[in-house]
Ligand binder design. Structure first.
Ligand code: PMP
Length: 371
């Protein structure tokens, strides 16, 4: 069912585009790197000790919060700016315009400062204040707009496209459907890094799982791991409530319903990034918010990891997938960003109560609810 449902939406695989020249070779951190851009990628793989011990498996997280702009989206931001440069869409002194839940915008704002571009960001007004403030501190022009569906012309992505059309020397980089800028960055960097970091371990890598916003990370890593391992590594999607992808992959139906506390993930359609590789996926897991919020607090308390909700969701999914695959299996997921970007929500008693999640946090961990 997965393959037949997916086949109808996929385009034939095209070899990785030559556009993004995100460095192909891991750079040794013992040598200086070239500015902000040189510091993107080559993140460590962190063993989540508490869960590895609990399951008898190895649960590994790719520490994307260690990118210089603080999230996995630094890779896509760099790939997208390089795509705009290489395709001649932007010249020195130009403007990058994008619609984003925040992290791509933050990555773009950093790359734009480093490269001398202006940066204009449209985002849904449901996102955390921390991200809006940071974007403005990084010099971006920010437009929080009502959160409406993609089909609506007032959706933040369409507003970003129209803004770029009104300017000279400006590029809308279109992270959701621009697989030559976004997915390719992960084909060239994240995927090969994960393969290199696990292929010499005894038993190698059994599976990769992560959630999806644009689909760039999941599609790019899946393509790279399937190619490099000759199809041996299983690749799975993890999905929050309100997203249609888990039902699409598992049951061939797009069921929408509910909403989620997770920012930056969940999707109402098969984006072009995802369409490239969705037929390669081996399955999908749904993760409810109650499990996600408990994992935010668990990782802090037991592993000393201060992570955002999409990361916690990924780790829940990695643990469940490892248990499915059996003792001794090794599963990698993405640690997308830190909790710093959401702390006014995730650690606020009032906010947790408003989402009916305060009671999900075990009594002994309530001491971390400090706001
Ligand atoms: N987690 C967070 C916190 C994000 O901001 C994003 C990107 N929107 C993702 C995960 C998903 O990454 P991708 O866009 O590559 O699917």
């Amino acid at each position: 069912l997965l393959r037949s449902a997916a086949a109808s939406t996929t385009k034939p695989y095209a070899p990785p585009s030559p556009y993004p020249s995100v460095p192909l070779q891991p750079h040794p951190h013992s040598l200086p790197v070239d500015g902000f851009v040189g510091a993107v990628g080559n993140t460590p793989l962190i063993r989540i000790n508490s869960l590895s011990e609990e399951t008898g498996c190895e649960i590994l997280g790719k520490a994307e919060f260690m990118n210089p702009g603080g999230s996995v989206k630094d890779r896509a931001a760099l790939g997208l700016v390089q795509w705009a440069e290489k395709t001649g869409r932007i010249k020195p002194g130009g403007t990058i315009v994008e619609g984003t839940a925040g992290n791509t915008g933050i990555g773009l704002a950093h790359v734009c400062r480093a490269r001398g571009y202006k940066c204009v960001i449209y985002m849904p007004n449901t996102q955390s204040q921390e991200k809006i403030d940071l974007l403005r501190m990084l010099g971006a022009e920010v437009y929080p707009v009502p959160a409406v569906a993609f089909e609506n012309p007032e959706n933040y992505n369409h507003q970003a496209r129209r803004h770029a059309e009104r300017l000279d020397n400006a590029a809308w980089v279109n992270q959701f459907d621009n697989f030559e800028g976004n997915r390719a960055a992960h084909i060239h960097t994240t995927g090969p890094e994960i393969y290199a970091q696990t292929s010499s371990l005894p038993g190698g890598l059994q599976a990769f799982i992560c959630s999806t916003g644009t689909g760039g990370t999941l599609a790019g890593v899946t393509r790279a791991l399937k190619d490099l391992s000759g199809g041996k590594v299983q690749c799975w999607l993890a999905d929050p409530p309100g997203s249609v992808l888990e039902s699409w992959i598992n049951r061939g139906k797009m069921e929408r319903g509910g909403s989620s506390i997770t920012e930056g993930i969940g999707q109402g359609r098969v984006t072009d990034n995802l369409a490239q590789d969705i037929a390669l996926l081996d399955g999908a897991l749904h993760v409810p918010d109650a499990k996600t919020i408990r994992m935010v607090y668990h990782l802090l308390d037991r592993d000393g990891l201060y992570v955002g909700a999409s990361t916690a969701l990924n780790v829940v999914a990695a643990k469940e997938l490892a248990e499915k695959l059996g003792r001794g299996s090794r599963v990698v997921t993405i640690l997308c960003d830190g909790a710093y970007r959401y702390q006014s929500r995730l650690f606020s008693k009032k906010w947790l109560e408003s989402k009916n999640l305060l009671h999900e946090i075990p009594a002994e961990l309530q001491k971390y609810v400090v706001l």
